[in-house]
Write a protein of this length. Structure first.
Ligand code: ANZ
Ligand code: ZN
Length: 861
């Protein structure tokens, strides 16, 4: 936002600079001492509650600009809603378990707990310097035993309610580190740490039964009116409801007693276009073939090395192995080959599919590679006889061809007809299939919440009795060995069985950290309760009215939280289904990137920009290549440290700039020039406040105009804040500042009203400066943070003048402002007094005058 130069009269007064270094900590202390942001766990009757929450940070060590943007947006909402008379809860905590702490332990020998709590202390201090209206009394970290112990209770409740299962599943196994890897930790088929080829391994793991809620999780997206459409769409795709058919192909010759192969398809209409059948590498048919065919076994082993993630499989080259088996087509009686293929997932559908290369991308690629038939069975309505799918599959709606009894139907009708026939033949049935899988929550790691169960030889799985919770992590752990330190701890896992007393073994898996973040918003309502939540508190405060965070959490975190809320409802902890009534996803903070002569990335701090647009390494002549503007990231070093910005310019400057640059849902570019502009604007507002004095000759008309500008700004800023258009609010405040500066002759009362109102309007955005100005104007007054939002006076909002175009002989010559109730005569007189109009008339008498009210005056000479 460019800054306009300060008006001359401001500079004629003695220099008094706004001292943010003194003001910011002073007001932060004042708010804290007054308890401005504290709210009770149970709001008093009649209170209008409003719960604002930003996604809590991972305590990596330092806050970054993404945090600054996220928490500034939330703080504007919190302060604004408070001023609008809501009882606002605005808490903060730490998503504190996770791998980086363990890595620090392995690399630097620091205990994960110490590393984490040190980082929290650092980041808390940094956040406090931002002047956020947070209620620090509610703070917790998910690694506090008081938190994770309650999480263990919740888990046991879920277990009892049948919402937890233990099942075998395929995992990425790092044979060198002896540990399970998350999909993101498998890089090009190798363990990120060891570099060893990753294997697939079957392990018994804990699962939360999210699939039980799949239909409601999908359906209820329709009730989330204040969520971005994009996020709802991503969730819907992730849940992935598809209608189709499940049916069996008969094997022409059975193998190892297997006579049939069941498939799932969403396109039963394309069955006549079938070219092959494909099974996953883990499918029983594949195993049966491998038992007698070493080449098949070798192929399966290669598939295993590939990693389990869908993304990996999607990108990998399609590969297959022809088993030599054949299946019989249920409609035609013809036979087709059975392949083992690397793109078929064992966990989806039945782990087998029929391939129709004419109408599916993957099948097409596969068929081309292995020379399998490609036959069109759907064609666009308008296509002729020569329509071909040899080069490209056709995946849209059309008319069915080459398909016997389905010919001539459209895709939807053909699906129904094919399913009906399969049901008649007893081969299968129509089904709904879900893409969503149960949520595997077991992690073989130390720095996480222990899963509170005990394995006993005799009793099986025994929950840890609730009175023994929390199951605490042991402090003395050894990170020098690979694998899970909980597993090779000498004593921790050895406990007596709570049921029979025999020696038993603790579960050594800990929870996926997404579990920790799936209910923290509920815990904030009563953070010290001896139960996971207090019913009165969650009933009063939930749902979160406004949740704010990054789009990167559009799927997993938000979906898990929605599931958790339903599971907590099923176990009596809450009464609602949806945790977040409103969701806002902010854009990224970007910055130019810089490279030195040798191609190394440089921090913005190390670069000196020259007026001609070029740049050099500071203090040298080494040229710098200025790269693209992209999301700040450590790897490209295009980051700016918020702490340094606050040191140099103050928190309000950082906040103002972040709000001014772009709509908050869009990416924004951080630039030195932008920050400097925000800082100058603050100086200007300060001087404007100091210049308040009665004019020598007060002018009532100027006063009225200024009052109108003031009240229109109230309306405009209110509307902008309600709609998250914070950059618009900033622009309106700039305009009002200009209007004040341009009205030196307005009477003092009008100028004072304008200044005070403007201060209250920017208070949610620049709270320190607002308090400072407020108290300078009103010595001894109470805190601005406690003041209600200004109200616009409707009488001052109504337009009092109209703008008219003035034409001479049909040509636009001027525009004039006229009072709404002006007569034709008055309007013509004003029009004919315009210098441009006089020139255009060139002394000729006016023959004809036309006035269209509110629009135009036309004069004909
Ligand atoms: C035949 C067919 C013809 C298919 C055609 C598609 C297009 P969604 O929509 O995501 O549910 N499929 C089935 N099981 C699979 C598995 N275990 N691994 C990988 N792919 C599998 O996907 C359903 C489609 O994905 C199914 O419909 C099947 O291919 C494939 F013109 O069957 B289809
Ligand atoms: Zn036992």
């Amino acid at each position: 936002m460019p800054d306009t130069p300060a008006p001359p009269h401001a500079d004629t007064r003695p220099e008094s600079r706004y001292d943010f270094r003194a003001a910011e900590p002073k007001w932060q202390r004042a708010w804290e001492e007054a308890g401005c942001f504290r709210v009770p766990d149970v709001p008093p009757p009649g209170a209008r509650k409003y719960y604002v929450l930003e996604m809590f940070p991972y305590p990596s060590g330092k806050i970054h600009m993404g945090h600054v943007r996220n928490y500034t947006l939330g703080d504007v909402v919190a302060r604004y809603k408070r001023a609008r008379g809501h009882l606002v809860m605005h808490p903060m905590g730490w998503d504190a378990f996770g791998l980086p702490a363990e890595n620090a332990a392995r690399e630097r020998g620091i205990h994960p707990g110490k590393w984490t709590y040190d980082n929290i202390a650092n980041m808390r201090a940094e956040l406090k310097r931002m002047g956020l209206s947070l209620e620090w009394e509610r703070e917790f970290a998910t690694c506090d035993p008081e938190y994770y112990g309650q999480q263990q209770k919740l888990f046991l409740d879920f277990l009892e309610a049948g919402l937890v299962e233990r099942k075998e599943s395929w995992v990425n196994w790092d044979p060198v580190d002896g540990t399970v890897l998350a999909n993101e930790q498998v890089i090009d088929g190798r363990g990120w740490r060891s570099g060893a080829p990753v294997e697939k391994k079957k392990l018994s793991q804990w699962f939360l039964s999210i699939t039980k809620f799949a239909p409601e999780l999908l359906e209820a997206l329709g009730t989330l009116a204040r969520w971005p459409e994009r996020v709802k769409l991503m969730q819907a795709n992730w849940i992935g409801r598809s209608e189709g058919a499940r049916f069996a192909f008969r094997l022409a010759t059975p193998v190892a007693g297997i006579a049939e192969c069941e498939v799932f398809t969403t396109r039963p209409d394309t069955l006549f276009g079938m070219s092959f059948l494909a099974v996953a590498a883990e499918h029983p048919i594949a195993a049966a073939v491998a038992a007698r065919d070493p080449a098949a076994a070798a192929f399966i082993a290669e598939c295993r090395a590939m990693g389990t993630s869908e993304a990996v499989i999607e990108q990998a080259e399609k590969r297959g192995y022809d088993t030599g088996l054949r299946v019989v087509h249920p409609f035609t009686g013809e036979t087709h080959p059975v392949w083992i293929a690397n793109f078929v997932l064992m966990e989806y559908g039945t782990g087998a599919l029929f391939g129709c290369p004419g109408h599916d991308e993957r099948d097409h690629e596969f068929a081309r590679k292995y020379g399998l038939p490609i036959k069109p069975v759907v064609k666009p309505r308008e296509a002729g006889e020569d329509f071909s799918v040899a080069e490209k599959p056709f995946t849209e709606d059309g008319v069915i061809v080459n398909s016997g009894f389905l010919d001539g139907l459209d895709v939807a009708a053909a699906k129904r007809a094919a399913i009906a026939r399969l049901e008649e033949l007893g081969a299968g049935r129509g089904v709904v299939n879900w893409r969503l899988r149960d949520w595997g929550v077991s992690r073989q790691r130390y720095w996480g919440c222990p899963i509170p169960v005990i394995h006993c030889e005799a009793c099986g799985i025994v929950p840890v009795p609730k009175e023994q919770l929390p199951v605490r992590l042991p402090e003395d752990v050894d990170f020098s060995k690979p694998g899970n330190p909980l597993d090779h701890h000498p004593s921790w896992k050895h406990v007596p069985c709570p049921r029979c007393g025999a020696p038993a073994r603790r579960e050594t898996d800990t929870f996926d950290t997404f579990v920790d973040s799936s209910w923290y918003f509920a815990r904030f309502c009563s953070p010290r309760a001896a139960e996971p939540v207090t019913r009165e508190a969650v009933d009063a405060w939930l749902p979160v009215d406004q949740y704010i965070g990054g789009i990167e959490h559009a799927i997993l975190h938000l979906l898990y939280s929605r599931f958790f809320t339903r599971a907590m409802k099923a176990t009596g902890h809450v009464a609602l289904d949806e945790p977040f009534a409103g969701l806002f996803t902010q854009g990224m903070v970007q910055h130019e990137s810089y490279k030195g002569a040798d191609g190394r990335w440089l921090y913005p701090d190390e670069v000196e920009k020259r007026p001609d647009g070029t740049a050099v390494v500071k203090g040298t002549e080494e040229p710098v290549t200025i790269g693209r503007v992209e999301a700040m990231s450590k790897s490209k070093r295009n980051t700016v440290d918020p702490g340094a910005i606050i040191d140099r310019y103050g928190a309000d400057t950082a906040r103002w700039f972040i709000l001014s640059d772009n709509p908050p849902e869009r990416d924004m570019e951080w630039s030195e020039a932008g920050v400097a502009g925000a800082s100058r604007f603050i100086g200007r507002l300060w001087r404007l406040a100091q210049s308040l004095q009665e004019a020598d000759a007060p002018d009532e008309a100027a006063g009225r105009k200024l009052r109108q500008a003031t009240h229109r700004t109230i309306a405009a800023v209110t509307e902008a804040l309600e709609g998250f258009a914070f950059n618009v609010a900033v622009a309106r405040i700039h305009e009002l500042a200009n209007a004040i500066a341009d009205s030196p002759s307005a009477p003092l009362a009008a100028r004072r009203e304008a200044l005070e109102t403007m201060t209250r309007l920017f208070a949610p955005m620049m709270p320190h400066l607002a308090e400072e100005i407020w108290h300078a104007l009103n010595p001894g007054a109470g805190l601005l943070a406690r003041l209600p939002w200004p109200e616009a006076d409707p009488a001052l909002l109504a337009a009092e003048t109209l703008t008219l175009a003035v034409q001479v002989g049909g040509k636009l010559r001027a525009t004039i402002e006229v009072p709404v109730d002006a007569t034709d005569e008055q309007v013509f007189a004003l029009a004919e007094a315009e210098p441009n109009v006089i020139r255009a008339l060139d002394g000729k008498p006016v023959r004809k005058r036309i006035h269209v009210k509110g629009r135009v005056v036309n004069l004909v000479a």
